[in-house]
Design a protein. Structure first.
Length: 224
């Protein structure tokens, strides 16, 4: 799929770091597994996967402030009006010169992070009235835990809707604008005009340190 005007001089630019891409695809896999584990009754594995998602979220929230330029919230969060303005031009066939998330995509990222964060928090406080309960149940009243359990199921429905919208948006960009949004998140690179400035990419060691701290936090919570 074309990413710029025919004949334009292009350069291959790294726009997504490995940590952001790994976060993205691990989250996709784990959300699918969390759904499957509930359907199959694999509740112990469900909790382990939930802890992994929690560690990923802590990492991504921190990475949104100290990570690579395109992964920072300050880089891709625009006003809601700008996002709407962007969507109004969805059918316009123009070259893909966007470095990182566009205005609408940035809000989708924020919504998904918010929903998955709420899912993890409610899961840590949930119980099944039989033998399984989250590590934070001991610190709250039974009625509060029951309410959080109910929210846990409702939020997952919202996550499913958000994921469908996200996939539909990727398909719409591919069909209507001929923009391949999937390839850069797989390879980390995209072709941009020769005068495009490459974004700053953070050193991977920084990502590993942050993820180690995030994992340590979730392990501590899991052992409460």
């Amino acid at each position: 799929m074309s990413q710029s005007q025919p004949g334009a001089e292009m350069q291959r630019v790294k726009v997504w770091d490995g940590a952001t891409r790994l976060f993205h695809w691990l989250l996709v896999f784990l959300l699918g597994f969390l759904w499957l584990s509930v359907e199959k009754g694999w509740m112990e594995l469900h909790f382990y996967a939930g802890y992994m998602v929690g560690a990923l979220l802590i990492f991504r929230l921190a990475w949104g402030f100290v990570g690579s330029e395109t992964s920072r919230f300050s880089h891709f969060l625009a006003s809601p009006f700008e996002a709407l303005r962007h969507l109004m031009h969805l059918t316009k066939r123009d070259p893909d010169e966007q470095v990182g998330h566009n205005a609408a995509g940035g809000w989708m990222v924020l919504v998904l992070l918010g929903l998955v964060s709420a899912q993890v928090i409610t899961g840590l406080c949930a119980n099944d009235d039989i033998a399984v309960e989250g590590p934070l149940v001991q610190f709250i009243a039974k009625g509060t835990s029951d309410y959080m359990t109910s929210l846990h199921f409702r939020i997952f429905k919202l996550i499913q809707i958000a994921v469908v919208l996200h996939v539909a948006a990727i398909a719409a960009y591919a069909i209507l604008k001929r923009h391949n949004l999937l390839h850069p998140m797989l390879s980390g690179h995209k072709y941009l005009p020769i005068d495009s400035e490459a974004p700053h990419i953070a050193h991977p060691v920084r990502a590993w340190i942050i993820f180690a701290v995030a994992a340590a936090i979730m392990i501590t919570i899991a052992k409460l």
